[in-house]
Structures are given as structure tokens and as C-alpha cells.
Design a protein. Structure first.
Length: 130
């Protein structure tokens, strides 16, 4: 049976479109590699779609562990991922994303945004162009 949402202590996620998974990292929580593995397993049961974009929103004070960042940037962590749009709330989160992009070198297109609608627009443009 398909569950429309997946939730844990650290995150909530749902498939909001056949090509977009929305992930919210809860306030003051740290996303772990195990969380990503759990999302991948859940997503494989929700859809057979092979072109998925991550729409990731960070809550206040939330982050991702070093292991989660490394896995998220790797080929294994991007089996069906076409790209990621990261929604940040403030300059501190933007600096963390800039660090992630510079040092983890995600293998898929990754952009950060302050507005959810801008992130979704970027995803739709990516879908059209790819």
C-alpha cells in the first residue's frame, strides 16, 4: 500500500508531483544518511519514475550531517535524482549550502533558493530542458 507521506523525527517528505519529492528537514534537526536511505526506499515504493527532483526545505536551525551530505552528492545517493532545489531561510543556511556545493560537488544540478515558488519554477525549467 502506498503512503502519501513519510515522516520521522528529522524530516517529512511527500511526492508532490510525479517528478518532485518535497522534503522538509524539521526545525533544529540534522538529516542523517539513514534518513536519505529511508526516503529512497519509500520513494521506490511510491513511483517507478526515473526522473525525480528533490525539493528540499530547511527548517530553522536544521542541517545535514557530513555523512548525509557526502552521500547526497554521490552517484549512489542520486540513483533517480535529476537535480535538487534547496530552499533556505537565511544567510547562515545559504553559507552552508555554498560550502556543500563547493566541497561535496553534487553530481546532479543543484541550486539554492529563498522562495519555494522560485525553486519549483527552476525544477520545471530543468524538466523541459532535460
Amino acid at each position: 500500500m502506498k503512503e502519501s507521506k513519510l515522516s520521522s523525527e528529522n524530516f517529512e517528505c511527500e511526492l508532490i508531483d510525479k517528478h518532485i519529492i518535497y522534503i522538509f528537514i524539521k526545525d533544529f534537526m540534522e538529516l542523517e544518511k539513514e534518513d536519505i536511505l529511508r526516503m529512497q526506499n519509500w520513494l521506490s515504493k511510491q513511483t517507478k519514475e526515473k526522473r525525480i527532483f528533490n525539493l528540499i526545505q530547511f527548517g530553522n536551525g536544521s542541517s545535514a550531517s557530513r555523512e548525509a551530505r557526502e552521500y547526497a552528492a554521490s552517484p549512489e545517493g542520486n540513483k533517480n535524482t535529476v537535480g535538487s532545489a534547496l530552499i533556505v531561510k537565511n544567510l547562515a543556511q545559504q553559507l552552508i549550502i555554498d560550502y556543500y556545493l563547493k566541497f561535496n560537488h553534487p553530481i546532479k544540478p543543484t541550486q539554492s533558493f529563498y522562495k519555494k515558488d522560485k525553486a519549483i519554477s527552476w525544477i520545471k525549467d530543468q524538466l523541459i530542458n532535460n
